[in-house]
Structure formats: structure tokens, C-alpha cells
Design a binder for this molecule. Sequence first.
Ligand code: BT5
Length: 320
Amino acid sequence: MNRIGEILGFLREKDEHISGDYISSRLGLTRTAVWKYVKQLRQMGYAIDTLKGKGYSLRTVPDRLYPWEVKRYLRAELLGRTIRYQESIDSTNALAFQLALGDAAEGTCVVAETQKAGKGRLQRKWFSPYGKNLYLSVILRPSLHPSSVYPITFLSSLAVYDTLHQFGLKPTLKWPNDVLVNGKKICGTLLELSTEADLVRFVIVGIGLNVNMRKGEMPDEIRSKATSLLLETKIVYERARVCGMLLNNLETYFDLLRNHGPVKLVRTWEEKAQIKGKSLEVTQQGAVFKGVAEGIGDEGALLLNDHGKVHKIIAGDVSF
Ligand code: BT5
């Protein structure tokens, strides 16, 4: 943990003031160094009182996705051990991709308070207002053949599904990458990968999860079809906690993938999505397919039965 996180640890230990001397001796820092870190923390939005002769006391913590805040909730051993925090960025997926090309370790995450060019699938945009939601990208390096990497899409939506359950919601999964609550989109995920010959070099799992976004903060185009944790529960959430919980759940499903293979992930998603037998309409590059879902193929494709003819759909947008 870095120094900032360590100093915060001391400040959180007690409700009363804690002396600068005590912190400096425990961390092997000078009093001036401790004071400089406290000043830095204040600039980051932490309210820290100073009382002459007594020391420092932490009054309030800002709602920011600082790595040391996320790590307070992290039980995962691999995912999120390195977190790159950006206040503002074009796209967390784009930065994670760059880091992965530069040999960043598996499990490295990028989080941002806002994205200026958040990406959806097929050149669509992901609306990413400042300090409201989660914009997260994780680098994975699974040993998979490129042809069996697609089910990783399900890994992220399953992790979000479980996280929302932990907050008492009843989400639904929509093929391939959406999580809905009461029919509205609360999360979208975007998978990007780099392959060479028969090998996946890395996968970037991008997750946009709406946490504290209110109706009035949404653009017209999504207002009637999007929702957030706050809108569904009337509670404002500590995003660092949501992020930590999500990473823990992601690791659970990543372990499932590593121990049991991609087909297991597909079957788990299929079961939780309760997709079999649903009447669906799928739009794929302008073409519309209608039918009854037979389930998900081993490689992740949607199997749609149109009067006895089964279409195997690998990309598209579903409406029920
Ligand atoms: C997705 O695309 O749902 C994938 C979204 C992935 C976003 C994350 S954020 C972190 C990481 N970094 C990135 O740059 N991206 C990933 P798609 O299925 O194509 O859905 C896009 C559509 O969802 C848009 O055209 C809007 O209609 C709608 N939309 C946009 N922003 C939204 C939001 N915040 N909440 C709900 N719906 C939204």
C-alpha cells in the first residue's frame, strides 16, 4: 500500500485525534513528511481536522474511486491488486489496452471518475458523467484459443448480476452484454481483445455500471431506458465499495473460467438469464431475426429458433 493509504489507515483507526509524532514514528517518516501527506489528502477532498497538541482527525472521506479506497473492500487476490486511477480519461478500455500492450500484469484495473469518449459496442457511446458511476476496465490474460474467448463477455455481466443481488435488486441478464433492472439498462460491458495466431494475448473487460446517476443527469436518448442503483433503491452508494465488491465477484467468475473452462461460464449465464423459451427479436446489422431462444451455444452464440430453423447469432441487439 502506498503512503497515502497507510496514513489514512492510522486516521481511520480511532475517532479521536491521532498525533503526527505517532504516525511519523510508525511509518519512519519525518513530521514534515506526514504533514505534507495530510495536505495532499485535503487537496484530494478528505476533510482532516488539526488540533494543536493533539494531532489529526479524519472527518469526511470524498466519494472517489481512489485505489486505497477500493482496496478496503477487496478480497480478490488477483483482480484489482494494481489499480490505475484517472480523474478524467477518454476511455478506461483504451488505457487498459495500452497498459496491456506494455506488459501490465493480469488483474490490473483502470478506473475513472469520468470518460470523455466512453465506448459502447459498434461505435456507440457510453454516457459517463463525473463522479456518479463506475467506469472500470480489467486486464485478463486467459490461456484460451481466440475461438473460445467470447464467453468472457458473460463473466462481467455475471459479476455485475451478483453485485446487484448483494444490494437486494433482482437484475436480469440480456444477451450478450447487458444487465437490466426493471427492464432498464443499469450496466453494459465491452470486451476487447488482442490475439496472435492461436493465442489470446490479453482481454480487456470494460464495465460501465450506473451507481448514483439521477434521471436529470441522463441525456434524453437514454433517460427512458436507463437506470441506476440509486434510482432503484433510493440509496446513495459509496462507489469504492461497489467497485471492490464487483472486482471480488469478477474474480469468482474468472476462477470458474480458469478451473472449469468457458463452457461452464456459458451454462451459468444461460441459467441465470433464464433465456430458454423466450420470444426474442434480434437486430444484426440491419437484419431482423425473430424466434424463440433455444439457449446459448458453447461458444457463446444465441440460438434462435425461427419455425424450426435455428439461427446462430454471434452479435446483435436483443429485444424481448
Ligand atoms: C455497451 O454497449 O453496453 C457497452 C458499454 C461499456 C462501457 C464501459 S465503461 C468502462 C469501459 N470503457 C469504455 O470505454 N467502455 C467500457 P452497447 O450494448 O453498444 O450499448 C450502448 C448503448 O447503451 C448506447 O447507444 C445508449 O443507448 C446506451 N447507454 C449509453 N450510456 C449509458 C448509460 N450510462 N447507462 C445506460 N445506457 C447507456
